[in-house]
Design a binder for this molecule. Sequence first.
Ligand code: AMP
Length: 475
Amino acid sequence: MQDKFHEECAVMGVYGHPEAANMVYLGLYALQHRGQESSGIVSSDGKGLISHRQMGLVADVFKEDVIKRLEGPHAIGHNRYSTTGQSHLKNAQPFVVEYSQGPIAISHNGNLVNGTLLRDELEQAGSIFQSTSDTEVIIHLIATSRETTLMGRIIEALARARGAYSLLFLTLDRMIAARDPFGFRPLVLGKFKDAKNHGAHVVASETCALDLIEADYVRDVEPGEIITFGADGMESLKPFPPAPHAKCIFEYIYFARPDSNLFGHNVYQVRKALGRQLARESGVEADLVTPVPDSGVPAAIGYAEESRIPLEFGLIRNHYVGRTFIEPSQSIRHFGVKIKLNAQKEVLNGKRVIVVDDSIVRGTTSRKIIRMLRDAGAKEVHMRISSPATISPCYYGIDTPTRSELIASSNSVEEIRRFIDADTLAYLSREGMYTYFDGQKQGFCDACFSGNYPVHFEDEGHTRQLHLFDALERS
Ligand code: AMP
């Protein structure tokens, strides 16, 4: 059940390129941070769809012989992330199905808030599901639609889907990109620069994927937009009533890669500005500022610049930690965090330390990090968080635990400070989070920090779904 609303993912597609699968493979490599559980690519050679999906990291999933097999000028791919629930190959994307008009593949980033309702309805009408993923709901809606054209079927299916979706579809001769009318998750459009492949298009979750394959960023796929790539070029449609935009603010804070340009802004610059604002709001006397690497680094740079306190790397990260490791037989304190991070005595001993991280979720990481800093001799530890307190779960595709597991949902800042054992603790204010955007909150979703869920509550499906989630949390 859980992983129905725990779907952080990357999507990537290339249309009209002689090495389409290879380009998608490279793009997925650049987007590995958005999902590490499974990876897949489906290509079209005009006669059929060729698919490869496997559990594991991009580098492990695709070997030369696999890429060679994924022939054809069009391809879409997917990286999937899931921390809990069923992590099975059957949930790995892209999904491929045959329907009355031929084969179709789909890659999805996001989460539907009415996925369970739609699934129940489809199952009652005879659809048989192979996965526990919401994405399959979209495919079944397309397959069972009575519309005659593919575009008609897609529009009808998406009109029923509520919540977050950045999608790619692939048929034998077409690639279709779609983003929900709220625009929760990012999706960008690019074009290959070199003359040889001029006209070949790429669609990806983030711009860092375009940089690697030397494609130019053209523009964002707009909220509510459906773009079809076909033999006659590119065609854009906006078939749905416009909705208030709800771009995910947490993409800026933690999720996206810092070198991506997201929703029109460079993530690194935004993170630095969050750190600067944090220093303005909650400055404290100290000898050094140290980031929790990697996600806290840009904010710590901003904090150090603004406060004029030197930046030092008091914590060093091992970048080669996989998802599984062998637990030591005898107990080693704070093992889980230690394998990832090491505190440097030479930097920290006797120092008053400001430690900057992007967020506190359950509070266990911060608690362990602060213990490590103290063990390494830090005299004082001041924790600074470059986002507001995370108080509400995300139903739109970011992996946050249930409300009861979010430490800030039921504890005050002072209670959290005591739990993590910091000398002081401060979060960024909600207003401060928008300083970089000239105080403009409109256009963003900050439900995880505010509890304001932008998908309309008067929508019956959504309300029922939220009740279901609350019931699950209580159970
Ligand atoms: P916690 O121990 O649960 O408080 O974890 C906090 C750490 O998790 C912070 O260092 C964040 O950078 C990181 N984090 C925040 N959100 C996520 C997420 N959705 N997935 C994985 N890590 C996250």
